[in-house]
Design a protein around this ligand. Structure first.
Ligand SMILES: NC(=O)c1ccc[n+]([C@@H]2O[C@H](COP(=O)([O-])OP(=O)(O)OC[C@H]3O[C@@H](n4cnc5c(N)ncnc54)[C@H](O)[C@@H]3O)[C@@H](O)[C@H]2O)c1
Length: 257
């Protein structure tokens, strides 16, 4: 219950799904948590529930693709708790298309959240982390950072880029005490996937197929991703930087079905 005692964490997209699980787990482990979500109501709901159990949390309505809103977010954490020692870049969206049918707007939407937004959040906390000589940044990437599913363009472009950002910044700032790592989930049972299953002709069959693709024959849970983020955010992973931790039920090692 104290793996993150005295830590100050920002969790983007913490209003639901994986981010919500991370925010709740980090608060239980003693961190003060700022939950930033473009859906401010959902962030506020999670904050109220954390506070009701004695945890420290605050919410902001933040669209991470807007650098001004991101700067307001990092100022809010400083004003409320102090400078962030942990940043969880979790907010993300799926944009899946046939490459030549993809609109310019959808390309920009994907890159502006999944890649640029992550950079805006990162650069907004880095100066304080460097000044303190300590910090842990965890990027929620994806199995799409390494494997390709036909018809899912350009999400993997952004998620491959996120691994590049993770590795580049790990090398840039390791000597100054800031670690940067990625967590790479496969299918996790969240609204993001339920929404996608619901776009298929037979959502139940789509879900069953997704479960079956994994050697563990199920989807993962948001908590199973949160445990990986907790390890990488905490001092337990003090000698780990630039890494990509697969949380994928073994899916990424399968050659083909
Ligand atoms: N669910 C999966 O199977 C899965 C697998 C691999 C990777 N991921 C990644 O994990 C992360 C979380 O996924 P999830 O399944 O929990 O998603 P989700 O759609 O259930 O929740 C995402 C949250 O992020 C918020 N958000 C979206 N765009 C935002 C923006 N521009 N600014 C601020 N907040 C924003 C949403 O309001 C929502 O609360 C994403 O980066 C996703 O790419 C998910």
């Amino acid at each position: 219950m104290s793996r993150l005692l005295n830590e100050i964490a920002i969790v983007t997209g913490g209003g639901r799904g994986i981010g919500e699980a991370i925010a709740r787990m980090f608060a239980r482990e003693g961190a003060a948590v700022l939950i930033a979500d473009k859906d401010g109501d959902s962030a506020a709901r999670v904050v109220a529930e954390i506070q009701a159990t004695g945890g420290k949390a605050v919410a902001t309505t933040t669209d991470i693709s807007d650098p001004k809103q991101v700067d307001t977010m990092s100022q809010a954490v400083k004003d409320t708790f102090g400078p962030a020692s942990i940043l969880i870049n979790n907010a993300g969206i799926s944009v899946f298309a046939d490459p030549l049918k993809l609109t310019d707007d959808d390309w920009k939407k994907c890159m502006s959240v999944d890649l640029e937004g992550v950079w805006y959040c990162t650069r907004s906390v880095l100066p304080d982390m460097l000044a303190q000589g300590v910090g842990s940044i965890v990027n929620i990437a994806s199995i799409h950072s390494f494997q390709i599913i036909k018809g899912c363009f350009p999400y993997p472009v952004a998620k491959h880029g996120l691994i590049g950002m993770t590795r580049a910044l790990a090398v840039e700032y390791g000597s100054q005490g800031v670690r940067v790592n990625a967590v790479c989930p496969s299918y996790i049972d969240t609204k993001m996937n339920t929404d996608w299953f619901n776009t298929t002709p037979d959502p139940a069959a789509a879900r069953a197929a997704a479960e079956n693709w994994h050697p563990l024959k199920r989807m993962g849970t948001a908590d199973e991703v949160a445990y990986a983020a907790l390890y990488l955010a905490s001092k337990e992973s003090g000698f780990v930087t630039g890494s990509s931790l697969m949380i994928d039920g073994g899916r990424s090692i399968v050659y083909h079905d």
